[in-house]
Design a protein. Structure first.
Length: 262
């Protein structure tokens, strides 16, 4: 199948700047069109990440968020506008997608994700991007990804710092997110941006970087850009500015992906 037969003339024109990149090319663009990403959380991370992933040509999204848009969100959650205040984030995000590109398929859930429903919300995805703001949810999503055999891209941001990491804990040689944070954070004990503040552009940096890493994961085995970087945590520092990278080893005793969970 040629690129011209797989993508319509309008789509070829829309994604021409991707297709001419040797590291992505026509094969990469066709592959992205067939991918499904589950976006867990549509706030400071999910909002800019969704914009760039939609712009990259991802064909299908599951949008999961139980929150409503607040006026204080508008400083960093760039898919929302004043008219969305008081409306559900998942519904508003789907409306943004429809206005941006009506060829993208989107399904939504406005239920809070937890260990009981996480598997059903992510099992059909090619990749999960988690931008939620508490460890209880993050660990529930991570455990569900391991069980479902779905890779996880985890991203977080606060004040002037962000982090983005890719996990494939369902594979025997790779760590999961629980290997990274352990079991000490099962409670909802994250600091909040309401308490600590956040530079809006920092959320944009972390979200757009997460989108770039998502494209890497999805193009693994398809194009030269496809290096998933499993177990790598990229720490973004907006004060310097700069970035450093940590490697996370698989924890043999991890209750999320260790041998006892198999």
């Amino acid at each position: 199948m040629t690129v011209s037969s797989a993508l319509s003339p309008a789509r070829l024109d829309r994604f021409a700047r991707h297709i001419v990149l040797p590291e992505i090319g026509g094969a990469g663009q066709v592959a992205l069109a067939g991918k499904h990403i589950a976006m867990i959380g549509l706030g400071g991370i999910g909002s800019p990440a969704l914009q760039y992933l939609a712009a990259s040509g991802i064909g299908r999204f599951s949008l999961v968020d139980d929150d409503v848009v607040d006026a204080s969100n508008l400083q960093r959650q760039t898919i929302f506008s004043s008219r969305d205040v008081g409306h559900g984030k998942a519904v508003s995000a789907r409306r943004w997608l429809a206005n941006f590109d009506d060829e993208i398929d989107a399904e939504i859930s406005d239920k809070r994700i937890d260990p009981r429903n996480a598997h059903g919300l992510i099992a059909s995805a090619d990749l999960v991007l988690d931008g939620t703001d508490n460890f209880a949810t993050r660990l529930a999503v991570s455990d569900a990804c391991v069980t479902a055999g779905v890779p996880l891209l985890s991203a977080a941001v606060g004040r002037f710092q962000g982090q983005v990491g890719a996990f494939a804990g369902h594979n025997p040689d790779h760590a999961c997110y629980r290997c990274f944070v352990g079991d000490a954070f099962d409670a909802e004990d994250c600091d909040t941006c309401a308490e600590d503040g956040m530079l809006g552009a920092m959320a944009g940096w972390a979200g757009s970087f997460a989108a770039m890493q998502a494209v890497r994961v999805l193009l693994s085995g398809v194009s030269a850009f496809g290096d998933p970087q499993w177990g790598k945590i990229h720490i973004l520092d907006g004060m310097k500015p700069g970035m450093r990278t940590l490697s996370i080893a698989k924890d043999p005793a991890c209750k999320g992906c260790g041998p006892s969970t198999a």
